[in-house]
Ligand binder design. Structure first.
Ligand code: CP
Length: 331
């Protein structure tokens, strides 16, 4: 069992200490493994942590804990949001570079995971394939938090939902137009939208197809929440009536030059410009997980426009990570 996740109902309480036991010691790997109620609970907790941060109220609930942070890919937001979140919670973080570890000379992941488990109170990991975080979780007794894999970006997803709730209030019935490739952020966003009752049009060329299991899970949740989640080739149709326009890179780290050139060409009609934003609702938000390729998936003008909430969204990564750490950490 890779995921020791989350059994039992989540009580409707604000207090971290009261609810932490429901998630305590569990892994936080992907939204597909969590119920809509659990996602809503952690989002609310993240908003509560933001209030504490704004009021400068101390919240060192986990002083004495030491976590490992293993990043196999570069990061600006996730790594630094994690550093600050851990510091505020009283958690000491040890940053691990794969190139300084025996992993790079072929030590099996299951050995690395079991050794880290003996030293640390938890592991935060950014890596490549989703199966890597699943394998870590399978071999570790302490919690594992996914900081980005091929299929999921759950700390981003909580920050995004909290940003939408902050800006729009109740998000049920809103429409989100997503323009970008079908990777981790797309999958996390579509499961979030299906869970929270947000309609979502994923605007992309027909040759791209989503992961079948994640698509099926999205549609199962959408059937319950009433959300309509569609793949749409026509960008104008996807933009029409959108409350949120979410931009995402057209390609990903590690792809070949040939793949990148092809993706740039087929995604060219889906660039988010001021003209594209004008096809959404007048008060539509522009969101992007960042980093953005200005001039490719989105123009500089849209990034800097009053509709852009990208820096609030980026700040919310820190509050989201704090909420996730606080629910899974074992005291
Ligand atoms: N959105 C995001 O994960 O940013 P980083 O790659 O900078 O961590």
């Amino acid at each position: 069992m890779f995921l020791r996740v989350i059994a039992g109902p989540i009580p409707d309480r604000k207090d971290v200490q009261e609810v932490r036991c429901n998630f305590q010691g569990k892994d936080y790997l992907a939204f597909k493994d969590m119920s809509p109620e659990e996602l809503a609970f952690v989002t609310k907790l993240a908003l509560d942590f933001k209030k504490k941060w704004t009021a400068r109220e101390p919240h060192e609930y986990f002083r004495g804990q030491v976590w490992a942070a293993l990043f196999e890919k570069n990061s600006t937001r996730t790594r630094n949001a994690l550093e600050r979140a851990a510091a505020d919670l009283g958690i000491r973080l040890v940053y691990l570079r794969p190139d300084e570890m025996q992993m790079t000379r072929g030590e099996p992941l299951k050995d690395t995971a079991r050794i880290l488990d003996r030293y640390f109170d938890g592991l935060f990991i950014r890596t490549f394939g989703h199966e890597i975080v699943e394998e870590c979780a399978a071999w570790m007794r302490h919690p594992v938090i996914n900081g980005l894999t091929s299929l999921a970006h759950p700390t981003q997803g909580i920050a995004d939902i909290m940003t939408i709730q902050e800006k729009k209030g109740d998000c049920r019935g809103l429409k989100l137009c997503y323009a970008g490739n079908l990777y981790n952020v797309a999958y996390t966003t579509m499961i979030a939208c299906a869970s929270f009752g947000i309609h979502m049009d994923l605007a992309c060329p027909t040759e791209l197809v989503p992961n079948a299991d994640l698509w099926d899970e999205t549609q199962r949740r959408a059937a319950v929440s009433g959300a309509r989640i569609r793949l749409i080739q026509d960008f104008d149709q996807a933009l029409a009536g959108a409350d949120i326009v979410y931009g995402m890179s057209h390609y990903s780290m590690g792809q070949s030059d040939e793949e990148v050139s092809h993706l740039k060409a087929i995604f060219a009609p889906y660039q988010i410009t001021t003209e594209a934003m004008a096809k959404a609702k007048p008060d539509a938000l522009f969101m992007h997980c960042l980093p953005a390729h200005r001039g490719e998936e989105v123009t500089d003008e849209v990034m800097e426009s009053p509709q852009s909430v990208i820096f609030d969204e980026g700040e919310n990564r820190m509050h989201a990570i704090k909420a996730i750490l606080s629910v899974v950490a074992v005291s």
